[in-house]
Design a protein around this ligand. Structure first.
Ligand code: DX5
Ligand code: ZN
Length: 218
């Protein structure tokens, strides 16, 4: 399914009210829910682990898309699979054995995602094409919401789309997506658009009305 999917990142939601935040964006048209796991080591920020993902899962009726910004990855795959990740994405840069990591993700019953930092080329994807269900092109350096979109990644997505061709592999983009940058990426060939601050900014669980407008604007 190559249609455009919007995946709000709950990194920018109210951490004490995930259930309500998720219900609201799903009611307003979110296609997937993007969950950012950070370890304070692979990226300079900390979020949460498998127990929080399991708690979040109870509220997600669409797709729980778990983005692991952790190193190492392998010791935690089983736990995130058990926490209910539908898509489990690991970074190419997170360790020397991405092939093994992707194998383990599929063996755990999840769709396998491969994330690429902005400075990473797409050549290494060649020998992984039959092992992945998604490539996540980071359009900011991972670690924080609310950063500016890195424009060089538009060309990268275009080249990646050529490489992938008709294979059933999603191209997801993550970081700095706004109503201005989203169309560039959709045109270049991305089909899953992650958006954190552009969805949740200006809202709150008390008055979540802007979320729907924010999603529709993207
Ligand atoms: C960044 C995370 C993103 C982040 C995007 O490291 O992977 O998912 O939430 O936030 P925005 O959309 O605000 O750039
Ligand atoms: Zn992310």
């Amino acid at each position: 399914d190559r249609s455009i999917k919007i995946a709000p990142s709950i990194l920018s939601a109210d951490f004490a009210n995930f259930g309500q935040e998720i219900r609201c964006v799903e009611a307003e048209g979110a296609d997937w829910i993007h969950v950012d796991v950070m370890d304070g080591h692979f990226v300079p920020n900390l979020t949460f682990g498998p127990p929080m993902c399991a708690a979040i899962r109870k509220h997600v009726t669409t797709v729980m898309d778990v983005h692991l910004m952790i190193a190492p990855v392998d010791p935690y795959i089983e736990a995130f699979a058990e926490a209910g990740a539908d898509v489990l994405t690991a970074h190419l840069e997170a360790g020397p054995h991405i092939h093994r990591t992707l194998q383990a993700i599929r063996a755990a019953g999840c769709k396998a995602g491969l994330a690429l930092n902005p400075g990473t080329g797409i050549e290494d994807v060649d020998y992984l094409l039959d092992m992945i269900d998604l490539v996540c092109v980071m359009t900011v350096n991972p670690g924080f919401g609310g950063q500016s979109f890195i424009h060089s990644q538009v060309e990268k997505v275009r080249r990646l789309r050529e490489k992938i061709g008709d294979r059933p592999i999603h191209i997801e983009i993550d970081g700095g997506i706004t109503p201005l940058t989203a169309p560039l990426m959709a045109e270049a060939g991305a089909d899953v658009l992650v958006a954190g601050s552009a969805v949740f900014k200006g809202g709150s669980v008390v008055d979540p009305a802007p979320y729907g407008d924010n999603i529709r604007a993207i």
